[in-house]
Ligand binder design. Structure first.
Ligand code: NAG
Ligand code: NAG
Length: 404
């Protein structure tokens, strides 16, 4: 085949472009590997010693098993690590922790996470997405006391913890803005001023922010990186999400969501296929980035609470039988489900108790009253009683907020 002069020079220039692209890619890759290696070296001292663990089949994301092998002595100190971080040229203004609240009961938990990030001196931005409808004036209607509390908490979040408040719209245009189900985690993708953001399922407690800060700072920007649902890494979970926001994926998610109602989990699974959407092995090596309180029930003999606490970044307080740590659960209901292993039980009870205390400290809120399902079935209140009860609870919340 004969080539004209034009085609030859085209071929040559595309070869040159290809070569340079490859070189650029390679140098980037080498740099990244170097960063990862020195980071791993820097992070190593944080890895704990043996941590016996729950059975892997029931607790796929638990890294305890991995840590059951001994790790060498601490080669460096935390100060080395902090210096290492400060030497990296990281633009923290483009990295953030984002919480998304769909209903009033979630606001305090988001505040508590921001409070923990502030206390632990995380350098990343803090952003709160909340329904824009909460800003609209409810003139003419009975003023919702929960709304009043939420507004006060939002203002406090901004003032005390420097939280950026971002009103959001329902994920489908025209949907009822007062329904939590009208909002979606897909809205995280609208935050395109940020290069990478982390979203954590709440309520929970942040024990150590540095592994999550490292994840934010040193990860490659992927559309989504989440925890795998099992050791086989076949499905994504939305409990911890590292996201690179983009207009493209924001509108892609909204379009898909418009076709039929679905949960955020389904929406994310349909939109971001595994394994590309899963956190890398490197990320997972940073520690127990995300831990479910209910896994403590699988703890085996020799569980060491000191090591557990040091190795865990965030604990999601979630046990299937309980309504959440915001609710006051009768003692006997808790005793029934708490971990059998004594040391794990102490950790479990301390987590719930710490949550209760911090909720009071940060939001000025007591635990909500909760009727166990059995009780609820037995107690049939008539309409007026229910209204009176709701009014009383709401009144108490307002009272607390005003006392702050
Ligand atoms: C959006 O997500 C898809 C699927 O993961 C990915 O291929 C694409 O690059 C993403 N777009 C942007 C702009 O990040
Ligand atoms: C737990 O681990 C810590 C630190 O390694 C150690 O000092 C402590 O003795 C251990 N506790 C138990 C009960 O083994």
């Amino acid at each position: 085949m004969l080539l004209t002069g034009g085609q030859v020079s085209m071929a040559i220039s595309s070869t040159i472009v290809f070569t340079f692209t490859s070189l650029l890619f390679l140098s980037g890759y080498v740099l990244q590997q170097k960063t990862v290696h020195s980071l791993q070296a820097a992070i190593k001292p944080r890895l704990p010693k043996p941590l016996p663990a729950p059975t892997p089949e029931t607790v796929p994301l638990n890294l305890n098993v991995k840590w059951a092998r001994p790790v060498g002595s601490r080669p460096g100190s935390d100060a080395d690590f902090e210096q290492y971080i400060s030497e990296q040229n990281i633009d923290w203004s483009r990295l953030g922790y984002v919480q998304l609240v769909k209903e009033h009961v979630e606001v305090c938990s988001a505040m508590m996470l921001f409070g923990d990030l502030y206390r632990l001196k995380s350098p990343a931005k803090r952003v709160l997405l909340f329904p824009r409808a909460w800003l609209e004036d409810a003139t003419g209607k009975v003023v919702d006391p929960y709304l009043g509390t939420s507004r006060r908490l939002l203002r406090m979040a901004a003032r005390r913890y420097g939280v950026v408040l971002m009103p959001m719209e329902p994920i489908i245009e025209g949907a009822d803005s007062s329904l939590p189900s009208s909002y979606s985690l897909a809205s995280l993708f609208s935050l395109i001023d940020y290069e990478r953001i982390i979203h954590l399922s709440s309520p929970g407690l942040l024990l150590d922010s540095s592994p999550l800060d490292s994840l934010l700072a040193f990860s490659k920007s992927e559309p989504v990186a989440g925890l795998p649902a099992s050791a086989e890494r076949r499905e994504l979970l939305t409990s911890l999400l590292l996201i690179h926001p983009s207009v493209e994926n924001y509108s892609r998610l909204r379009k898909l969501r418009l076709t039929q109602p679905m949960t955020d989990l389904d929406l994310f699974r349909k939109s971001f296929p595994v394994p590309d959407s899963l956190l890398s092995a490197w990320s997972m090596s940073l520690g127990n980035l995300f831990y479910e309180s209910t896994w403590l029930r699988n703890s085996i003999e020799g569980f060491n609470s000191t090591i557990f606490t040091e190795a865990t970044a965030y604990v999601h307080l979630s046990d299937p039988e309980l309504p959440g740590p915001e609710y006051d659960v009768p003692y006997y209901d808790r005793v029934r489900i708490r971990p059998k292993n004594e040391e794990a039980r102490v950790v479990w009870e301390k987590l719930y108790e710490t949550f209760r205390q911090r909720r009071m400290e940060i939001c000025g809120l007591d635990l909500e009253t909760w009727n166990s399902p059995v009780l609820q079935a037995e107690t049939i209140m008539d309409e007026s009683e229910v209204v009176a009860e709701e009014g009383r609870v709401a009144g108490e919340i307002v009272q607390h907020a005003q006392n702050l």
